[in-house]
Design a binder for this molecule. Structure first.
Ligand SMILES: [Zn+2]
Length: 299
């Protein structure tokens, strides 16, 4: 019997709230911005409903060549924190400009503390090396394909969230512990799958799996040469190498041209697989990639 007033009160509150929500300006949702979709996955696991997370680079767009529009820059300026991957193509150039125009936005380098690999045959710096294509000391920015690196990456996210909201620390930390368990599960799944992988090398159009390859004892060869399509001579070298190493897997990222990949695959008898390392479903995509590499031809 005592429940009735409660129900009435709840009903009243529901009506009152939905009436109030017509005027949505009374409590603007707090916003965070990230560069790529896998980051949004990690960040949303940590923040729950505390924030809306915006992704800068739309899915299917290359973060190497992306340039944000003025409206994107304005909405970025309303974010409490901008989490950059680290040194992805446009990030270096644009986060400087963002910092100047929006001193209130904290910028967090999620790759801080991760041991970065040299970006061999790879130039990510189209934006600030205009006219100078030499990759020199370029580092490989694709850290998010390594579950091990993601433990540090997500720790950087957690630290920044706690600094900004000390009162929510225990909530963020609980979420972080659960996220770490999920990352560990992906790591052990990849280890188990790749241990029995029949070949230790693969070819990929754009070298996005360098950290993944390093962590699981694999060798990545990229078709792209210093960020550009390869010359016929470079293609020939790659085909010879693929035959020598009996490579049977060729990855092309979503949004990249399949033509060169199909030519090479035809010559060496490899299978072409389209992958999407920029997907929000980070766990699923890494496990899918490892499953492809661990397949046996006659299964
Ligand atoms: Zn890339």
């Amino acid at each position: 019997m005592q429940k009735i007033p409660f129900l009435l009160l709840a009903l009243f509150l529901t009506v009152a709230c939905s009436g109030g929500s017509k005027n949505r300006d009374h409590a603007p949702q707090k916003v965070l911005t990230v560069t790529i979709e896998p980051q949004r996955f990690f960040l949303e696991q940590l923040t729950g409903d505390d924030y809306t997370v915006h992704t800068l680079v739309p899915s299917g767009t290359s973060p190497e060549t992306y340039e944000p529009s003025p409206s994107v820059m304005i909405s970025l300026g309303k974010s409490e924190i901008y989490f950059r991957v680290g040194d992805l193509g446009f990030e270096k150039a644009w986060s400087g400009r963002l910092a100047e125009n929006n001193p209130a936005v904290q910028i967090v380098d999620c790759s801080a503390g991760i041991e970065l690999m040299a970006g061999v045959l790879h130039d990510h710096d189209h934006s600030d090396h205009a006219g100078d294509d030499a990759p020199h000391d370029a580092l490989d920015p694709h850290v998010w394909t390594s579950p091990r690196a993601m433990r540090i990456f997500t720790q950087n996210m957690l630290d920044a969230l706690v600094r900004a909201n000390p009162e929510r620390e225990s909530f963020f930390r609980d979420n972080f512990d659960r996220l770490t368990e999920r990352i560990n599960f992906v790591d052990s799944t990849l280890t188990a799958l790749l241990e029995k992988s029949p070949t230790r090398s693969f070819i990929i159009y754009h070298p996005a799996l360098g950290y993944f390859a390093r962590d699981y004892g694999l060798q990545q060869y990229s078709i792209e040469f210093e960020g550009k399509n390869p010359s016929p001579a470079q293609l020939r070298k790659l085909v010879d190498l693929a035959r020598r190493e009996q490579i049977n897997t060729l990855f092309v990222q979503r949004g990249f041209d399949l033509k060169n990949a199909e030519v090479i695959a035809g010559e060496i008898g490899a299978e072409v697989f389209e992958i999407d390392p920029l997907r929000y479903e980070w766990e699923e995509e890494l496990i899918r990639i490892a499953t492809i590499l661990s397949r046996r031809e006659n299964e």
